[in-house]
Design a protein. Structure first.
Length: 305
């Protein structure tokens, strides 16, 4: 069996893309969960009454197809890179070095699910209604209902097609998704911090950056002291040099960057050009995207250190 698998700390796009690509590829391919599912992902699979991918024994995989990532740091522990046969992604190339050539499809779109939907269209293969709905959910989630600067015209075009097949409007589905995404009830601070946490290296510096997207940032901001303690623990656990955590206000398109120490504050001030409040929080107006807005200034700052 060949496993289709997304990145660690999977978001909705990662899980949905793995599931739908395995369905598209057919016999011999099985979607594998790359970590615990977040509340938004659980919501959409429950809504369409489908069982999401489960954790599988990686040692039993004949080969792997990676979705929504191509960085070493984001791969599940235990993956034999020599068994990777293909990558479908929408992120920048991460310098992955393999012994043999593989099939790679990386496009500058807002969501890997957009690419998976295009595969169906190119193959003239009908998209089942429930598959259309979860693909649409992934696109709305990753693009923040087209608010994110990562959104492309292709995402919007594909979303319109999926909207018709699924029989649900983008606005209606997005509202339900964001409500589920914003719910931190019953979540530990570690779960909040790692639900959408990615690591990357640049110029010898290992960086961890977590994001929590919500329609109401107040409940998360009230947990600032717990978040700071959690970030300190997470920095040790993941052995990163710098760690950042942004609470993103989806509706108002702003972010609140929580900064653990003077190291993070120094880098953030140079990168973004905003002041840090006495509470250790930097407000970032108009910023919602880690890939397009949060990460690039940090990488550029580290290059100039």
């Amino acid at each position: 069996m060949k496993y289709v698998i997304g990145h660690k700390n999977p978001d909705t796009d990662s899980i949905v893309s793995a599931y739908c690509l395995a369905e598209f590829l057919g016999d011999g391919y099985k979607a594998c969960a790359s970590g615990n599912l977040n509340k938004e992902t659980c919501f959409i699979f429950e809504k369409v009454k489908m069982t999401p991918p489960q954790a599988l024994d990686l040692n039993k995989a004949e080969n792997y197809v990676l979705v929504d990532h191509n960085f070493d740091e984001e791969m599940m522990d235990g993956i034999d890179k020599d068994k990777i046969e293909a990558i479908y992604d929408h992120h920048r190339l991460g310098g992955l070095s393999l012994r043999s050539p593989i099939h790679t499809r990386i496009e500058p779109v807002g969501c890997t699910a957009t690419i998976i939907a295009k595969l169906y269209r190119e193959a003239k293969k009908k998209i089942p209604k429930r598959i259309a709905e979860i693909l649409l959910a992934a696109i709305l989630s990753d693009t923040l209902e087209f608010r994110s600067p990562t959104t492309s015209e292709v995402d919007k075009e594909i979303a319109k097609e999926l909207e018709l097949i699924a029989g649900i409007s983008c606005s209606e589905l997005a509202s339900k998704l964001f409500k589920a995404k914003s719910d931190i009830a019953g979540m530990s601070i570690e779960e909040v911090l790692t639900a959408d946490f990615k690591e990357f290296q640049h110029y010898g510096t290992k960086i961890g950056f977590g994001v929590f997207e919500t329609v109401d940032p107040k409940p998360a901001l009230k947990k600032k002291e717990e978040i700071l303690e959690g970030l300190a623990d997470l920095r040790k656990k993941e052995n990163v040099d710098l760690i950042f955590f942004a609470i993103v206000d989806i509706l108002n398109e702003n972010a609140y960057l929580i900064l653990l120490s003077d190291k993070e504050k120094e880098v953030a001030i140079k990168a973004y050009g905003f002041k840090v409040g006495e509470d250790g929080i930097m407000e970032l107006p108009g910023m919602v995207s880690r890939k397009k807005q949060f990460n690039p200034p940090i990488l550029k700052t580290l290059e100039n250190v």
